[in-house]
Design a protein around this ligand. Structure first.
Ligand code: SF4
Ligand code: SF4
Length: 292
């Protein structure tokens, strides 16, 4: 079983559009959306939800007012300033609480309890290409790295159960905790970059991250024709650093039209972007020897 993660150094590069098209072009893969903070793969991959499972995001402290004597010890000790004194009553701001448990440990009245907080949901769905695992983090919810790990684990389970040889993951953007959770232990990443100076900068950070975790990296230059000069610099950088250039995709307004219609561009059109992504898919399959 091989796992390919589509990532980008930042959001808005067309990462999800390309991931959705690769999923659509396969004859059978497991799809996973690890961009749990802004999940949108499900908007362009038709699917039916088979199962919904709650995700516990972490613990939060709660004060039992009946036991609290308003001694103030908890507010004094909380390093996160999560406990306020309002009219001599102590309240915990659940958005500021990190669930460290210090207040509960030191409360002389045992008035504080740590309770699991609902962090979101994850879904096992059926798409045309095969199973799809995706998730929704509750607004303000925490532990997106933990939810990403669950999505990847469940995608692997679905692949093993259904005999699928390939998992295509729409990874989290950026280089923070969720993207690290998206790529560690994967077989390869496809970094989607657009030809702008900031895009090139973010691409380098994403490639460095993949290198740090020993994950093979490939590159796709999206909308390369909006600035062919920077696109050429990106391609030169890739060649100089042993990064496989899997493809270049032309700007095409059909990409937006496809999104509005809730589908991938390869499903919607035979225009320039769809043609280039088909070529990109073939290059990725050949390079990774994917079973699809
Ligand atoms: S330490 Fe316990 S008793 Fe004291 S204010 Fe906090 S919750 Fe109330
Ligand atoms: S659990 Fe930790 S962060 Fe939360 S209120 Fe108590 S001391 Fe503060």
């Amino acid at each position: 079983m091989k796992e390919l993660v589509v990532i980008s150094g930042k959001g808005g590069t067309g990462k999800t559009s390309i991931a959705a098209s690769l999923i659509k072009l396969s004859d059978g893969v497991v799809a996973a959306d690890c961009d749990v903070d802004a999940a949108n793969l499900h908007l362009v991959v038709k699917h039916r939800v088979r199962r919904t499972t709650a995700f516990q995001g972490g613990k939060k402290a709660v004060i039992d007012d009946a036991l609290c004597t308003s001694c103030g010890k908890c507010a004094e000790l909380c390093r996160f300033d999560a406990i306020d004194n309002i009219d001599s009553r102590f309240h915990i701001d659940k958005f500021a609480c990190e669930g460290c448990g210090v207040c509960a440990y030191f409360c002389p009245e045992r008035a504080i309890t740590l309770l699991e907080e609902a962090g979101g949901e994850w879904f096992l769905s059926d798409a045309d290409s095969g199973p799809m695992v995706h998730a929704r983090l509750t607004p303000g919810g925490e532990n997106s790295g933990k939810l990403v790990t669950i999505v990847r684990k469940e995608a692997k389970r679905a692949a093993a159960d259904g005999g699928y040889g390939t998992i295509i993951v729409d990874g989290a953007p950026g280089i923070g905790c969720p993207v690290i959770a998206s790529i560690t232990g994967a077989d390869a990443v496809l970094v989607v970059v657009e030809p702008t100076l900031s895009g090139m900068h973010d691409m380098k950070r994403a490639l460095e991250l993949a290198g740090y975790f020993g994950v093979k990296a490939m590159l796709a230059v999206n909308r390369f024709d909006i600035n062919e000069e920077i696109a050429a610099e990106i391609i030169e950088y890739a060649a100089g650093n042993g990064i496989h250039l899997a493809g270049r995709v032309r700007y095409d307004s059909d990409v937006t039209r496809a999104q509005i219609n809730g589908m991938s561009v390869v499903e919607y059109s035979d225009g320039p972007a769809a043609t280039d992504i088909r070529r990109l898919w073939k290059a990725v399959v050949d390079e990774l020897d994917l079973e699809v």
